[in-house]
Design a protein around this ligand. Structure first.
Ligand code: ZN
Length: 177
């Protein structure tokens, strides 16, 4: 019982006070990197999907560190660190679809030179494949385009295809190209 209680109250006052500081030890609990990117405040459970967006597969040679279910004042989160690489705008937009509260920290010479919150764009182009097999973007060489809206009720983003009006909310990761 007491063990359970301890786990449940990991967001104590000291944690809260310290966690917003740039480069805080508690935030970046894995070894510092010389150059690269730290994606912080990833929605818990989405770290592997973030890696997959970054092309984590055959041609992926960057060193990656993952922390899953790290405690923070905003609740559980995942953290991904990639050495020797900064993200493209397209990658950041794709990440924003599965983890809208993530922050991207650019590291150069062991210093955080830029820290920014991910912004979910109003439209995403060429990132998500339309769920509708009859959509023109699935049969013609046309870049997909979706209007993005937040929906409090489904607690996730709602994407509407501008070509066929199909609406996509869940399992977006399966459709990210
Ligand atoms: Zn469509």
């Amino acid at each position: 019982m007491s063990a359970l209680q301890t786990e449940g109250t990991s967001t104590d006052k000291t944690d809260k006070k310290r966690s917003d500081k740039l480069g805080d030890k508690n935030d970046l609990r894995i070894k510092a990197i010389e150059n690269g990117t730290v994606i912080d405040h990833i929605t818990a459970g989405q770290a592997l999907n973030v890696i997959s967006i970054l092309g984590g597969g055959e041609n992926f040679t960057n060193t990656v560190s993952i922390v899953m279910n790290a405690g923070s004042s905003r609740g559980d989160k995942d953290v991904v660190k990639i050495e020797g690489r900064e993200l493209t705008e397209k990658e950041v937009n794709a990440i924003s679809l599965i983890s809208p509260k993530a922050t991207v920290n650019i590291i150069r010479d062991f210093e955080v030179i830029e820290k920014r919150k991910i912004q979910t764009p109003d439209y995403v182009c060429g990132i998500v494949r339309c769920i509708n097999p009859n959509c023109i973007t699935n049969s013609e060489p046309i870049e997909s385009k979706f209007a993005v809206a937040a929906d409090e009720k489904v607690k996730s983003l709602v994407l509407r295809c501008v070509f066929c009006e199909s609406v996509m909310t869940e399992e977006l990761i399966q459709f990210i190209e």
